[in-house]
Ligand binder design. Structure first.
Ligand SMILES: [Mg+2]
Length: 363
């Protein structure tokens, strides 16, 4: 197993609960499975995964053994980004050996076995801003071909956010609108926002309340509180709540806490786990949406394949390549066009037998 560190400058800083970061650091992992090399990316992110140092230690432990690397290795428990890299690389190698896209392998091994989609719809993301800046940004995304736009909310008063949403709806009557509060609200603020957003046809709000694994009468407190916000005419989506606690996807489904689950392969520990979680969600009547954690091109492409393995997936948060100043690959294997990402149809994750890094050909 070969492990190569990377650092990719972001085009603009990314806010995390532990402050802003200006670059994404991680590791490209190569494994050989029966003579075929596969590649995978580990891009740990504070709040969502293990730390960079923990990720490196986990990968070292996997590489140090005599056994071929496997995503089931004990060292990868509790290290989702490291597991993501190893699982992706093993699956990529198997897909390449079979001469099929990674999406096909994922659909057959953990999905419903259906034919993967040729392209996946993606949403545009619009940050906080006054009503005019917000509507301008949404209108520009619509002109670019996006049918779904996600608005950042929760950074200003709920009255101001309601004004922004109303202005957007006024200017763009047909766009599918989502909002992401990143846990900014308390239950009464959330109720007020959701009731008003319902009048403007907002499809769902991500993480209205903070993630909180504290148990309360047998259920996690945040899951219980989100369950109580359902039925106000706007869907409830969970994102940060799926990065904490034991088996968070199962816990969320068991608690009937959401209409939508935002599944991040990097945070869940691999594309295989994301596809399995999407399948479990569907079986429980909950819609899965797959997103990156602002990863490099390899993990972004891996997430696109995972989304393609989910039949008729809703618009996903995979149009994040523009957040990187520099990327892992010279040519983006999953460029966005007209609100969709085409799924690479050649073998493996990138769809080619060769890929590029820093201008050097790599097999
Ligand atoms: Mg979110």
């Amino acid at each position: 197993m070969n492990v190569e560190p990377f650092a990719l400058a972001l085009s603009r800083p990314l806010a995390t609960a532990r402050g802003e970061i200006s670059e994404r650091e991680g590791f490209v992992v190569r494994v050989s499975v029966d003579g075929t090399t596969g590649v995978g990316e580990a891009a740990p992110l504070p709040d969502w995964t293990e730390s960079l140092a923990e990720c490196e230690a986990a990968l070292e432990a996997v590489g140090a053994g005599d056994e071929p690397p496997t995503p089931d290795h004990d060292a990868l428990a509790g290290a989702p980004a490291a597991r993501h890299a190893v699982a992706s690389a093993v699956l990529d190698a198997r897909a390449r050996a079979a001469g099929e896209p990674l999406a096909r392998t994922l659909a057959d091994e953990v999905g419903e076995g259906s034919t993967p989609a040729a392209s996946v719809p993606v949403n545009a993301t619009v940050g906080d801003g006054d009503p005019e800046a917000t509507t301008d940004a949404v209108a520009a995304a619509v002109v670019d071909g996006f049918g779904t736009v996600k608005l950042k909310v929760g950074a200003r008063s709920v009255a101001a956010d309601i004004e922004r949403v109303a202005a957007v709806r006024d200017r763009c009557p047909d766009v599918t609108l989502r909002a992401d509060a990143n846990g900014a609200w308390d239950p009464s603020t959330a109720e007020r926002a959701l009731t008003a957003f319902a009048d403007h046809g907002v499809a769902y709000v991500e993480q209205p309340l903070a993630a909180d694994p504290t148990p309360e009468s047998g259920t996690r407190r945040d899951l219980q509180a989100h369950a109580e916000l359902r039925g106000l005419g706007v869907g409830i989506a969970l994102d940060e709540s799926l990065a904490i606690g034991e088996s968070p996807v199962t816990a969320a489904l068991d608690a009937d806490a959401a209409d939508v689950l935002v599944l991040k392969p990097m945070a869940l520990g691999g594309p295989d786990r994301a596809v399995a979680a999407a399948r479990a969600a569907r079986e429980a009547g909950v819609e899965p949406v797959l997103t990156t954690t602002i990863d490099g091109a390899l993990a972004r492409a891996t997430a696109v394949h995972a989304a393609a393995a989910v039949p008729d997936v809703a618009a996903c948060g995979l149009a994040t390549g523009d957040r990187l100043e520099r990327d892992l690959l010279d040519i983006d294997p999953v460029p966005v066009s007209d609100g969709r990402v085409r799924v690479p149809d050649g073998p493996g994750v990138t769809g080619t037998t060769r890929w590029h890094q820093g201008g050097t050909d790599r097999v």
